[in-house]
Every structure is written in structure tokens, then in C-alpha cells.
Design a protein around this ligand. Structure first.
Ligand code: COI
Length: 357
């Protein structure tokens, strides 16, 4: 293992009141950084004070968006010990995203080791009130100061930490979702399966329009036919139709392979329900509603955890799935996942990674 350099902060920040956290507004005292230079590989791993960094305006990432990120969470379990939820899954996905945008691979074992050191150092920042956690944001960006369009020769990896509350202001109340048949987030053959900034930039305009109409988020349809359901952008989507949960399959490569999605599929099967990963059209969703079979719609994501969807609007049709209240099935799924994360229930799928030995 490379040695991690430590640069001590002169002063430590006051921690925010847990009732005012929101999402991604506060950052802890320290961050982790590591640099990549062509011919040399990844080097100079450092834990240093979180703060502003000066770069030249020609920095490649500013112009061409060669950057990728991850999102995962740390919790304090019922014994007060810091733990993380499936961190290796995130680091492996970071490498898959890296490949798609020509960023060099990281050594996932070393980065996990560094991440544990960082979270252990910052464990007092892990909030413990209901619905809170320490959100971990690893990202890698191109750092050549040059304007030619080609992969950068140098990169920087950061890991920053943010104590967070629930992602949506609605909390566990169902959110309102607008189905966009005008704009698309991703295309087959495009970047949709990679966690890269461009996908989020692509979602902003449609999301702003939806928000002006009073919706929380957009449900994106496929780019070619505008009829197959894809994802929400900040979360994957699932529909419970009768006793089967249906979620869009990942094979088109235009949907983010969510780690909460993957975990939810396992938990739902463990609850005794069927899960189908397949193509699902927006027509089928509305038909299921008309037949009285659509009992639950919910999103899955690291930030969103399990988030019920109450209202769905597509063209001139608005449907109300659960009368403004989380349904028993969605609540049970939420509880089962969060109880594993918090150590209330047994970690029967081996998803929990202790931060300290
Ligand atoms: C996450 O759930 O971690 C995400 O990355 C979604 C969003 C906050 C960008």
C-alpha cells in the first residue's frame, strides 16, 4: 500500500445542526486527493483540509466534461460504529464509468483503504438522526491545462464528505414526477450507464421545466422511441404491478446501474415477490393503473434511498398512485434496506463494510 500523506487542518469547523442538513450543503474538515500522471500512474495520495483549489481556466474538465463521480453513504450503526454500505460496488462502478470516458482505472483496494482512513478520521461528522447519513462523493476529473479535444494526460481523484438529511424535501412523502416525451437524458450507445457529469447537465433543462409546473423530478423515456421507461436521473424506477415488481432492464446501456437498485431487487425477492428486469413502456404503466394493478411506484438511489412516487403525469394524463402516503410495500422495502444499513437488522447479504478494523 502507498503511504497516505496527512496535512493537518489549522482549525476544525463547527458541525451543523442535524435538523438543517438538507443535501450536500456542508462539507467535513478533510478530503482525500490523489493524482494521475501518464507514465507514472496514480500517485501522491493525501488526506488534507477540505477547501478551495485554484486551477487554470484552461483546465480540460471545465471545457469538455471529462469527469466521473460516485455517491455512497456511511452510517453509525446501533453500536455507534462507523460503517459503509457496499463501497466496493461504487468503486467498481467508478472504474466502469472511467473506461467509458477514457479516464485511467483506479486500484479499488487502495482507494477503499484510503476511504476507510478518511471516514474513520471524520467519524464524528456522521449524523445519527432519522434519515441522515454521511454522503461520500468520490470523483475524478481531467486536469490538463489544454484545449485540444482528446483524453487528458493528468487527472485528480477527490473524495469529499457531506453530512446529509433526506434528498427530497418531501422526505418519505411521495414525490410528483413528470414524464418527459420532449427531452431525453441518454441514448443507446451514449453515456447513460456512466456516472458522468454530462448526463446530469443533459437533465437540467427538462427538470427545470418540470419543477416550474410543480413536479419534483422527471421520468426519462428512451431516446429513440420515447416510450420505454428509463430512469429518473437521480434514481432508478420500479413499478409494482400485482405481485411483481418491474424495473427497466439495463441492457440498452442508457440507464445507470444503481447499487440501491441492485440491492432493492434482492430485498424484494427476499420479501417473496417476483422482480422482472425488462423493457416496460409508459403505456403499460398507465394500463396497469387503469386495471387497478399498479399499487406502488418508487425510486431507488443512494441519495434518495427508496422514494415513493405519488403522482405521475404523462402528456395530459395525471395518475395518483397512493393518495399522498407511502404504501405499506414501499415502506417495508425502505425499512428493510435502512435497517440493514443501520445495523438494526442482520446483514444477511454481507453489504456492510466496517470503517475501522
Ligand atoms: C446518488 O444517489 O448518489 C446520486 O448520485 C444522485 C444525485 C444526488 C446526483
Amino acid at each position: 500500500m502507498q503511504e497516505i500523506k496527512f496535512i493537518k487542518a489549522q482549525t476544525l469547523k463547527e458541525k451543523p445542526d442535524e435538523s438543517t442538513l438538507g443535501f450536500g450543503k456542508y462539507f467535513t474538515d478533510y478530503m482525500f486527493t490523489m493524482d494521475y500522471t501518464e507514465g507514472e500512474g496514480w500517485h501522491s495520495p493525501t488526506i488534507c483540509p477540505y477547501g478551495a483549489v485554484a486551477y487554470e481556466p484552461s483546465l480540460m474538465v471545465y471545457h469538455y466534461g471529462q469527469t466521473i463521480f460516485e455517491g455512497l453513504k456511511a452510517y453509525k450503526n446501533t453500536q455507534g460504529k462507523p460503517v459503509m454500505f457496499r463501497p466496493m460496488e461504487n468503486l467498481m462502478r467508478l472504474n466502469r464509468s472511467a473506461e467509458r470516458v477514457c479516464i485511467p482505472q483506479i486500484d479499488v483496494d487502495f482507494v477503499l483503504y484510503a476511504l476507510k482512513k478518511l471516514v474513520a478520521l471524520e467519524k464524528d461528522w456522521i449524523p445519527t438522526s432519522d434519515g441522515t447519513s454521511l454522503y461520500i462523493r468520490p470523483f475524478i476529473m481531467a486536469t490538463d491545462a489544454a484545449l485540444g479535444v482528446h483524453p487528458s494526460h493528468t487527472y485528480r481523484l477527490y473524495i469529499i464528505l457531506s453530512p446529509v438529511g433526506r434528498y427530497y424535501k418531501e422526505g418519505l412523502k411521495p414525490v410528483k414526477i413528470y414524464v418527459s416525451d420532449k427531452y431525453v437524458r441518454a441514448f443507446e450507445g451514449g453515456l447513460g450507464a456512466a456516472k458522468t457529469a454530462a448526463n446530469y447537465a443533459a437533465s437540467l433543462y427538462g427538470a427545470e421545466e418540470a419543477q416550474k409546473k410543480g413536479y419534483t423530478q422527471v421520468l426519462w423515456l428512451d431516446g429513440k422511441h420515447h416510450k420505454y421507461v428509463e430512469e429518473v436521473g437521480t434514481m432508478n424506477i420500479m413499478f409494482k404491478i400485482g405481485d411483481t415488481v418491474v424495473t427497466p432492464a439495463l441492457d440498452r446501456g442508457s440507464i445507470l446501474p444503481g447499487i440501491t437498485r441492485k440491492s432493492a431487487i434482492q430485498v424484494i425477492r427476499d420479501m417473496g415477490y417476483k422482480v422482472e428486469e425488462r423493457e416496460i413502456t409508459i403505456d403499460e404503466v398507465y394500463e396497469a393503473f387503469d386495471k387497478g394493478l399498479l399499487t406502488d411506484v418508487f425510486g431507488t438511489g443512494t441519495a434518495a434511498v427508496i422514494s415513493p412516487v405519488g403522482i405521475l403525469t404523462w402528456g395530459d394524463r395525471t395518475i395518483d398512485i397512493c393518495n399522498g402516503e407511502i404504501t405499506p410495500f414501499t415502506k417495508e422495502l425502505y425499512d428493510r434496506i435502512t435497517n440493514i444499513q443501520l445495523g438494526i437488522d442482520e446483514d444477511k447479504f454481507s453489504w456492510i463494510e466496517p470503517v475501522e478494523e
